[in-house]
Design a protein around this ligand. Structure first.
Ligand code: ADP
Length: 251
C-alpha cells in the first residue's frame, strides 16, 4: 500500500494534503497521529478511493494504482469507523453480512444471504467474541461491542488492508484498549496491513509498529514509536501541546 505525491485540495485555496509519499509494508500496523483537521481522514479516504486526489496516486497492496481496479480494491479493504456505522434496527449478524455485499455482483445484491455467507459472518463474530449476540439488535449492544461488530463486518471481507478512522474515539479508555487489542491481534494473526488513525498518543505508542504524524496536511514524523520524542509531539500538536493537552483537544 503506498501513496506517491498525494495531494488533495478543495477549490483553489484549501490544501488538505500537500505532497505525501508513504509506503506501508504488508502486514504492518501503522498509526496515523495528528491534530483535528490535519488530514488523517482524508488520507484514509484516499486509500480506499473514497476521496479523489488532486495530485499523485494511490497504489494498492498489489502495487497497482487503485483507480484502475477500484471495486476489487474496495473488496479487499476493510473499513472501521469512529461511529461504527451499524444499522441499529438490524441484527448483529445482518450487520456483519453487509460487509459481504461488495463481494456480490450488482444483480445478486438483493438475494438473501447464502448459507456460506452466514457461516462466514458467524465465524467473524466468533473472532470478535460476539457469536452469542448474533441475533441481538445492534443498537442493544454497548459502544465497545458495537465497534467489535464493526470490526467483524470489515473482517468478513477477508481484507488485505484494514483502514480504521478514529476507531476508539467514542469509547472509554478501558473499552478502547480492549477494542485496539482485538484489532491489532486480528490484523497480526491474518497478516492484514492496518492503517489506523488515533488521537491518543499513548495508544499510538503501545500499538503502532510505525507512527506517521500529519500536521496541516504534511508528514511531520514517520518512524517507530520508540523514536517519537516530546519535541516531535510539540511539532505535531503545536508547542503548547503536551500529550495530555492533545487528548483534551478531543474531549
Ligand atoms: P482529520 O481527520 O485529521 O481531522 P480531515 O481529513 O477530516 O482531518 O480534514 C482535513 C481538512 O480538510 C479540514 O480542515 C477539513 O475542514 C477539510 N475538508 C475535509 N473535507 C472537505 C471538503 N469536502 N471540502 C472542504 N474542506 C474539507
Amino acid at each position: 500500500m503506498a501513496v506517491e505525491g498525494l495531494g488533495v485540495r478543495y477549490g483553489r485555496d484549501v490544501v488538505v494534503l500537500g505532497c505525501i509519499d508513504l509506503a506501508c509494508a504488508p502486514g504492518g500496523f501503522t498509526v496515523l497521529l495528528g491534530p483535528s483537521g490535519a488530514g488523517k481522514s482524508t488520507l484514509l479516504r484516499c486509500l480506499n478511493g473514497l476521496a479523489r486526489p488532486s495530485a499523485g496516486r494511490v497504489l494498492g497492496p498489489d502495487a497497482a494504482p487503485i483507480h484502475r481496479r477500484l471495486r476489487a480494491h474496495r473488496r479487499q479493504t476493510g473499513m472501521v469507523f469512529q461511529q461504527h456505522q451499524l444499522i441499529g434496527r438490524l441484527s448483529v449478524l445482518d450487520n456483519v453480512l453487509i460487509g459481504l455485499l461488495g463481494q456480490r455482483s450488482p444483480w445478486t445484491a438483493l438475494l438473501p444471504p447464502s448459507r456460506a455467507e452466514r457461516e462466514r459472518s458467524l465465524d467473524a463474530l466468533e473472532r470478535v467474541g460476539l457469536i452469542e449476540r448474533a441475533l441481538t439488535r445492534a443498537d442493544a449492544l454497548s459502544g465497545g461491542q458495537q465497534q467489535r461488530v464493526g470490526i467483524a463486518r470489515a473482517l468478513v471481507q477477508r481484507p488485505r488492508l484494514m483502514l480504521a478512522d478514529e476507531p476508539v474515539a467514542s469509547l472509554d479508555p478501558v473499552t478502547a484498549e480492549r477494542v485496539l487489542d482485538l484489532l491489532a491481534r486480528i490484523c497480526r494473526e491474518d497478516g492484514i496491513t492496518a492503517i489506523v488513525s488515533l488521537h491518543q498518543v499513548e495508544f499510538a505508542r503501545r500499538y503502532a509498529e510505525r507512527i506517521v504524524a500529519l500536521a496541516a496536511g504534511a508528514v511531520v514524523f514517520d518512524g517507530p514509536p520508540a523514536l517519537l520524542a516530546e519535541a516531535d509531539i510539540a511539532r505535531i500538536y503545536g508547542p503548547a501541546h503536551s500529550p495530555q493537552a492533545a487528548q483534551e483537544e478531543y474531549a
